[in-house]
Design a binder for this molecule. Structure first.
Ligand SMILES: Cc1cc2nc3c(=O)[nH]c(=O)nc-3n(C[C@H](O)[C@H](O)[C@H](O)COP(=O)(O)OP(=O)(O)OC[C@H]3O[C@@H](n4cnc5c(N)ncnc54)[C@H](O)[C@@H]3O)c2cc1C
Length: 442
């Protein structure tokens, strides 16, 4: 049988592409190795706790995700983060500091020294640089070392589990680099864009999820779509204009193929089909993450979103999320905390025994929050290859992938490894792939 479209991978990227194809009258077949949908976006229910195994949510300022949610009849299930969650903290030295979000709060905040604040305030006078550089070099040049250590480094680790010394600012934070090029200074850009629709470049949007967690998103967007679970794609071949995919459930053929696989999987299965794809995808490194969830059958005083660590104070955890203070993730009178460990800078943690990682997480709660209470529920989720890293070679990797899409009519390559790692990026890439692949086949 020849399918109208085949999608490899039922993470948020693959499912978004599938839904947008279906909305445009094409019935795709989705092939998924796991026994469940959603890939990294997966939720478990343990006792009285709803535990996200991966992402927490997405910002509601991107129209493609909201369109997907609306067209999948999921609007009623959306839940916005509690107002309290706007309070975010940084652990630096030996204590938590609330992140200042207004100029006055920034001036008053003890998080940065006076010298650090003055250096940051000098940003408009720093000359712009056209070429790409590492995030660490960019931030040190524009804002100074202290801002890297206590503000932007923790944020980059929080989003990418990345290492600012190796990440490419242009690939990982493209808009920020563009603003430097266009306005000469990020502060100047902020002032000019503040009231325009482009203010989203500096944040904006409310953290959003679903009442039952992100699993509800994959369940909703996949409704009515033909999906083969527990089916692994082994290889792609070309037969004239047809893509022929060998899977553990047999051969499938199609003229429209969307890969929404992790890069290392795409690399493996495309080796005999297109060496350039295999090689480029194989160059993407992934950072590991361990997520340790602690559930407490009592109310803890968790006032805010949680915290990130200053780079100099990162020992094993890269962030702590006060989940039950953000979304309804625990029964009344209960509390849920997730400790995120590892990342590119602390990758060795992925090699440790499970028990040791749980101990590390609990030590981090003692060190940072003085939390000595024993949890009632403990769950660890180990992502050996959690988040793709956009390094200095990333632009070349993406250019090769773009070239392969042009060479093979009917092929699209999406997934968080290439053009954005956020859930919003994955949805947008899925939509773009679906819409463009319909018209590319006559
Ligand atoms: C701990 C953690 C926290 C995060 N937090 C956030 C957050 O709060 N907000 C946010 O926006 N983003 C967050 N992210 C990033 C976001 O979750 C991911 O970028 C996104 O979910 C990736 O979706 P994807 O579909 O591209 O890839 P994946 O979710 O990895 O999906 C790929 C799918 O392909 C399948 N597959 C693999 N090989 C094969 C094969 N050979 N054949 C068939 N199927 C195969 C896999 O089983 C998987 O289902 C987080 C990520 C992690 C790990």
């Amino acid at each position: 049988m020849i399918y109208d479209a085949v999608i490899l991978g039922a993470g948020i990227s693959g499912l978004s592409a599938a839904r947008f194809l279906k909305l445009n009258g094409i019935e795709p077949l989705v092939i998924e190795k796991n026994s469940y949908l959603g890939g990294k976006a997966h939720t478990s229910k343990v006792a009285d706790f709803i535990i996200e195994e991966g992402p927490n949510g997405f910002l509601d300022n991107k129209p493609d995700t909201l369109e997907l949610v609306e067209k999948s009849s999921l609007l009623q299930e959306l839940v916005r983060a509690n107002e309290k969650a706007e309070k975010r903290f940084i652990f630096s030295g030996s204590r938590l500091y609330e992140l200042p979000f207004s100029p006055i709060a920034f001036i008053k905040s003890p998080l940065l020294s006076l010298a650090g604040k003055l250096r940051l305030a000098a940003e408009p006078f720093v000359e712009k640089k056209e070429s790409d550089e590492t995030l660490a070099d960019f931030v040190k040049r524009r804002f100074g070392k202290e801002a890297l250590n206590k503000l932007i480094g923790p944020m980059a680790t929080g989003v990418y589990a990345g290492d600012p010394d190796t990440m490419s600012v242009e690939s990982a934070f493209r808009r920020i680099k563009e603003l430097e090029r266009d306005y000469g200074s990020l502060f100047k850009a902020l002032i000019k864009l503040k009231k325009s629709s482009d203010a989203a470049a500096f944040g904006g949007g409310k953290l959003t999820s679903f009442t039952g967690g992100l699993t509800q998103m994959s369940a909703g967007i996949s409704k009515g779509i033909k999906i083969k679970l527990n089916t692994e794609a082994f290889s792609i071949k070309k037969d004239g204009k047809l893509f022929v995919v060998e899977t553990s459930g047999g051969i499938v053929s199609t003229r429209r193929l969307i890969s929404a696989l992790p890069a290392y999987e795409l690399s493996k299965i495309s080796d005999s089909f297109d060496k350039d794809i295999a090689q480029a995808a194989g160059m993407i490194n992934y950072a590991p993450i361990d997520v340790v969830a602690f559930g407490y059958n009592r109310k803890l005083d968790l006032d805010g979103f949680g915290f990130l660590f200053a780079l100099d104070d990162m020992r094993s955890a890269i962030g702590v999320l006060w989940d039950s203070s953000i979304f309804p993730r625990a029964a009344t009178g209960h509390s849920l905390i997730r400790v995120i460990l590892g990342g590119a800078r602390l990758a060795y943690i992925a090699e440790k025994e499970e028990k040791e990682v749980i101990n590390m997480a609990s030590e981090e709660l003692k060190r940072t929050m003085n939390l000595e209470i024993e949890p009632d529920v403990v769950k660890i989720i180990r992502h050996k290859k959690a988040i793709p890293q956009y390094l200095m070679n990333h632009k070349d990797v993406v250019a090769t992938i773009d070239g392969a899409e042009r060479r093979h009519e009917g092929l699209r390559i999406i997934g968080n490894a290439f053009r954005g790692i956020g859930l919003n990026d994955c949805v947008s890439a899925g939509k773009r792939a679906a819409v463009s692949i319909i018209s590319c086949i006559s």
